[in-house]
Design a protein around this ligand. Structure first.
Ligand SMILES: O=P(O)(O)OC[C@H]1O[C@@H](O)[C@H](O)[C@@H](O)[C@@H]1O
Length: 300
C-alpha cells in the first residue's frame, strides 16, 4: 500500500497490498462479505456477500498491469463510452479505468465499509473539451454493494460527458439467463450492420442473451434483475438514463486476449449509464452522481 503520509488510515475491515506488477489493491472483509478494489480504475474486482457465491465475474485471463483495464468486476467508463467522438485514436471507454485513483477516505459506517477514491481532471491538451471534470467514487460494501460516481466541473461552461458502471455479473450460463426490467424499453443495437438503422422497438419480453448482444437501452432508469438457474441479482440505479447490456458471444470472445476459453458464458454486463443522447451536460457548480446498487435476492 502507499506509504504516502497523506493516505487515510484504514479501518480494521480493510487491508492493502501491492501486486508484483505494482498495482495497489484494497481488500474489504466485514460482517456482510468481502470485496476487492484496485486503485487503478477505482476498479471493484470482487464482491462476495456472506453465504453467497461471488456476484462479480472476473476473467481468468485478465491483465493486471499498469495502464491496462481489468476484464471483469466494475470498470468505470468515463468521460466517454466506447469510441470517443471525433477521436478514433482515443482508448475505448475513457481514461478513468486505466488511471490510478487516489484513496481519500476509508471508514466503517456501522457494518458497511466505505471507500472513497478521487481522480482529478488530467491536464492533457488532447482532452481540452473535457477538462475540469473531477471525479469522486464511493464504494459501500455492506448487505448490498453500492457504487456512486460523482463528477464536479471546475469549468464556467457546461461540459458534456458520458459515463457507465460497466458491471460484469457472474451467471451460470448467459444463454440460460433472463434479464428482466427492459422489456418495454427501446434500444440501440450496436451489432447492427454499418449504415443500417440500429434503433429497435421494445421486445415486450425479458432478454435471454443468445450469441453476441450489445445494446444500449434508451431512456430507462428502472431496476434490472438478472435471473439464472441459481439466483436473482438486482441492479438498482440512480441518475442514469441508459442501460447497456453486453454479452460478447463465442465468436467475439474468441478474439479477446483477456477472456479465458468459454468464459463468456459465465458473465453478462448490465451497465448503469448515461451515454449518447443521454450523455450528461454538466453545469458549473452542479455535481452529478451516477449510482448503482447490487443485491442478491432471496429465492422465492
Ligand atoms: O473491450 P472493452 O473496451 O472493455 O469493451 C467491451 C464492450 O463494452 C460494452 O459496454 C460495449 O457496448 C461493447 O461494444 C464493448 O465491446
Amino acid at each position: 500500500m502507499t506509504t504516502d503520509s497523506t493516505a487515510p488510515a484504514l479501518p480494521p475491515t480493510v487491508t492493502s497490498r501491492t501486486t508484483p506488477a505494482g498495482l495497489e489493491v484494497l481488500t474489504v472483509a466485514n460482517a456482510h462479505g468481502t470485496a476487492e478494489v484496485y486503485l487503478q480504475g477505482a476498479h471493484v474486482t470482487a464482491w462476495t456477500p456472506a453465504g453467497e457465491d461471488p456476484v462479480l465475474w472476473l476473467s481468468s485471463a485478465s491483465a493486471f498491469e499498469p495502464g491496462v483495464p481489468v476484464r471483469g468486476g466494475i470498470p468505470i467508463c468515463f468521460p466517454w463510452f466506447g469510441a470517443r467522438d471525433g477521436h478514433p485514436e482515443a482508448p475505448a471507454h475513457g481514461y478513468a479505468r486505466r488511471t490510478v485513483w487516489t484513496l481519500v477516505g476509508a471508514h466503517d459506517d456501522h457494518e458497511t465499509t466505505v471507500l472513497r477514491l478521487a481522480l482529478a481532471a488530467p491536464a492533457d491538451p488532447a482532452l481540452a473539451d473535457l477538462s475540469g471534470l473531477d471525479a469522486l467514487y464511493e464504494v459501500r460494501v455492506g448487505r448490498t454493494l453500492d457504487v456512486a460516481l460523482t463528477v464536479t466541473s471546475t469549468r464556467d461552461v457546461p461540459v458534456r460527458f458520458e459515463e457507465a458502471q460497466h458491471t460484469y455479473l457472474r451467471v451460470l450460463d448467459v444463454e440460460a439467463t433472463a434479464v428482466h426490467g427492459l422489456e418495454e424499453v427501446a434500444y440501440l443495437d450496436k451489432t447492427a450492420a454499418a449504415g443500417t438503422d440500429p434503433h429497435r422497438t421494445p421486445e415486450g419480453a425479458p432478454l435471454v442473451p443468445s450469441g453476441q448482444v450489445d445494446r444500449v437501452y434508451l431512456g430507462t432508469s428502472g431496476p434490472v434483475q438478472v435471473v439464472d438457474a441459481a439466483r436473482t441479482v438486482r441492479v438498482t440505479k440512480s441518475s442514469s438514463q441508459s442501460t447497456v447490456v453486453w454479452s460478447p458471444g463465442a465468436e467475439v470472445a474468441a478474439g479477446m486476449r483477456d477472456m479465458g476459453p468459454g468464459e463468456w458464458r459465465e458473465m453478462v454486463c448490465v451497465e448503469s449509464a448515461n451515454v449518447g443522447e443521454h450523455a450528461v451536460v454538466l453545469e458549473p457548480g452542479r455535481p452529478h452522481t451516477l449510482g448503482s446498487s447490487y443485491e442478491v435476492l432471496p429465492r422465492v
